[in-house]
Design a binder for this molecule. Structure first.
Ligand code: HEM
Length: 88
């Protein structure tokens, strides 16, 4: 990664909750999951449960071992603003 890392607020994240415009946050990192919809082995419907919100718990619940950085590398948008990460 080069240059500045974009910071995304919880409010901004929440706006992207449609299949064709879906973002989620996993472990503090925000990804555009729309391009992955048709490829998710668990289906688009499951993936959409994390759209517009923090999907870390759901992600960990089903497949903590999945390497999200290698799969969604090109879908990385930025980091969730620290003060909006739940529980921190
Ligand atoms: C399966 C990736 C999010 C639910 C899988 C598998 C991958 C994957 C690689 C196959 C795992 C295997 O073969 O053992 C991802 C990525 C996500 C994501 C990159 C990034 C956001 C989610 C979310 C949920 C979910 C948020 C639930 C709300 C599932 C389920 C399966 C699955 C239920 C099992 C499908 C089956 O074996 O029948 N996912 N996933 N995933 N995922 Fe996800």
């Amino acid at each position: 990664i080069s240059g500045n890392i974009v910071e995304i607020s919880k409010e901004e994240l929440a706006k992207h909750n449609l299949v064709e415009d879906a973002w989620t946050c996993i472990r503090g990192k925000v990804y555009n999951i729309s391009p992955y919809m048709d490829f998710h082995p668990g289906g688009a419907e499951e993936l959409m449960r994390a759209a517009g919100k923090d999907g870390t718990n759901l992600f960990n619940e089903f497949h903590q071992w999945v390497n999200i950085d290698s799969l969604l590398d090109k879908c990385f948008i930025g980091k969730l603003k620290m003060d909006s990460v739940p529980g921190s």
